[in-house]
Structures are given as C-alpha cells and as structure tokens.
Design a protein around this ligand. Structure first.
Ligand SMILES: [Mg+2]
Ligand SMILES: [Zn+2]
Length: 187
C-alpha cells in the first residue's frame, strides 16, 4: 500500500482569489507554509495527489493551455525545492455540465485509483470547501478542513453529516496534525 495524501489546490496550496480563477503563474502564490508542508509530507513518505476543480475552463473563462502552463510552472517551482507531486487530477468541466468529476462528485478520486494503491479509510483529503469535505466523505476518505481560502466562509456550511475529521488553520498545521497522528498510531 502507498501512503497517499490528497490535497485540493486553490485555497490550500496556493492563495485563492476568492471570486476569480487563478489563470496565470503571476496570479499563483503559495499559501504561507505550504511548500514546507508539502516537503514534510514527502519526507514522511507521502505521495501527494492534487485534486482540483477548474471550471473556469469549461465555463470559457480561461484556456486549457493556460492551466497546463501554470501547472507545469508550479511543479517546477516545487521540484526546485525537492518536492515531488505524485499526480494531479483536474476537473475541467463547467459548473453546470453535471460531470461526474467536479467535487463534490468523486470522479477525480476514482481516477487516482489507477495512480496509487491506498487504503481509503486511512487516507486523508485536505480541502478548504464544504464540497471538498463532502467529496472526501463520499469516497470514503478521512478529511481535514483548512481555514485558508474559502475556509472561513465554508465553515458555516459544514453540518453533522458534512463534517471533517480534523480542522486546521492552514496546510502546514494540517500536516503537523497528520504527522503527529501517524506517530501516535505507529507507537
Ligand atoms: Mg479550494
Ligand atoms: Zn468534471
């Protein structure tokens, strides 16, 4: 079995431009401590898989080439810091297309089954939206809700059924919680 961590992109790894899409590398800025978090996860043996809705493509707000250009630059910036992203799955459909991969649907996670071998019950998904938590739960994962990005707004949308296992200020704190928990279960 692989040790896998699923992470949402906008609002978790990078600063979300609330109400607008991240269309170019110029608009992409890592959240404070995000790179350190990713490095720690790598060092702890985690395969990092990014799961991200990018409806701006399907909705015609920016082009798919722009997404892949930005993606490539993000990967290069991380590689320079010896951080490896195992895989990334984007939903490029518009918001109203009714696809099976836009979170809270689980299609992107299903695709990840071909990329890594993981135990759903022991695997976490870290996200900043209630729909991230919902998707993770539907797929049978554990979830961590972070208070960056949409977190402060979406916190109100969490319910008794859409409820994360853990809550953290940001990706770095989520990582610390996760790694501490790993140590406890190991011992
Ligand atoms: Mg997000
Ligand atoms: Zn989709």
């Amino acid at each position: 079995m692989d040790k896998v961590i699923f992470i949402d992109r906008d609002g978790v790894i990078n600063i979300d431009l609330i109400g607008d899409y991240i269309k170019t590398w110029d608009e992409f800025h890592f959240e404070l401590g995000a790179e350190e978090a990713l490095k720690r996860l790598n060092d702890a043996g985690y395969k990092i898989i990014i799961i991200s809705n990018q409806a701006g493509i399907g909705d015609g707000i920016f082009k798919e080439e722009a997404l892949w250009d930005l993606h490539q630059k993000m990967i290069e910036a991380l590689n320079k810091q010896d951080i490896v992203i195992h895989d990334t799955f984007y939903c490029l459909h518009g918001k109203q297309e009714g696809c099976k991969c836009r979170k809270p649907e689980v299609g992107l996670f299903e695709k990840a089954l071909t990329s890594a071998d993981f135990d759903r019950e022991k695997t976490f998904f870290i996200g900043d939206k209630a729909t991230d938590i919902e998707a993770g739960l539907r797929f049978g994962l554990k979830t961590i809700f972070v208070l960056t990005g949409h977190g402060p707004y979406d916190k109100e949308k969490l319910t008794d059924t859409i409820k994360p296992n853990l809550m953290a200020e940001n990706l770095l704190e989520a990582t610390q919680l996760l790694l501490t928990q790993d140590e406890l279960t190991k011992g």
